[in-house]
Ligand binder design. Sequence first.
Ligand SMILES: NC(=O)c1ccc[n+]([C@@H]2O[C@H](COP(=O)([O-])OP(=O)(O)OC[C@H]3O[C@@H](n4cnc5c(N)ncnc54)[C@H](O)[C@@H]3O)[C@@H](O)[C@H]2O)c1
Length: 321
Amino acid sequence: MKLLITGGAGFIGSHLCDKYTQEGHSVICLDNFMSGNLVNVRHLLDYRNFKLIKGDIRDFDLLERLMRDVEVVFNLAAQIHVDRSSVEPRLTYDINVMGTQNILEVARLHDVRKVIHASTSEVYGSSLYYPMDEKHPLNAPHPYGASKIAADRMCYAYIQTYGMNIAIARLFNVFGPRQRDIGYGGVISIFTRRVLSGMPPMIYGDGKQTRDYTYIDDAVKAYDLILKHDEPITEPVNFGSGKEVSIIDLADKIIDYCGKTGDVKPVHVASRQGEVKRLIADASRARQLLGWQPKYKLDKGLREFVQWYRNYGFEERIKIE
Ligand SMILES: NC(=O)c1ccc[n+]([C@@H]2O[C@H](COP(=O)([O-])OP(=O)(O)OC[C@H]3O[C@@H](n4cnc5c(N)ncnc54)[C@H](O)[C@@H]3O)[C@@H](O)[C@H]2O)c1
């Protein structure tokens, strides 16, 4: 198969690049290196079936050229950070909404067989009921979530209007190797970096806010099951463990796995405006439709992640200018 993976030099996208390049598919990795890292994909540059393109999903003409005989697009390119979306809402909407519109439109023009779009649990906002299924209202209180809602609805409209095969994957917080704290980051990478450096994790508010974490291997499996599913998947699908963990418990676990118990203690700072209080997945649709079941327990994933961070997390980020 010929695949285009946008955001392929990022955390999740690079794991997809690994899998499909090593399986022998022809992979085009498109990334503008806004948060992507050459370190994540440089080992793939020796493969003849892997092509790295520095470019932007906001560049329609580039997409037209790249997608001419592409069969499947994984659309992961995005400005993904909630805090950054409040500081730079326009950039966030430009990439996440208009960039996705470009992908969908070029996919339509070139009869791309399948588009797999990376949505997120952040579209839901705080849980109105638990666990959250795909019918939960879309109440995201921040520009990142709003941009992802818009992109989801665009995918849905392309499915309904043109009969396109577009799958909308809503993963709950993903973590694992290659997720680095680069100023903005996932909470697990931010805490791990701080604790390994002997600094306390900073907790917004009381730390009782909860999230549902998915290890990267389970996330890759989710995308792969969607890829291999023969029938079109016309409704969004949640992927999450169905287990919530509070930020305060998460901080304690990370301190423990970093071997810093007694040395480092979390500190509390003012809560963040618009922060989602609880997120817990109901992933029944993923289980019934695709047979997806997360294999990694949070503690096993955290231990492996801390080990990875010790070895590689502090490596210099390489951007292509
Ligand atoms: N990490 C999570 O917990 C999580 C959960 C659910 C959904 N997602 C979604 O998965 C996708 C990947 O997230 P990630 O965690 O790997 O983040 P990431 O920031 O590591 O990856 C995003 C990649 O997109 C690239 N990019 C940004 N704007 C671009 C543009 N205009 N053109 C081309 N490339 C661009 C970045 O450089 C980066 O490499 C995102 O769409 C995100 O919304 C992530």
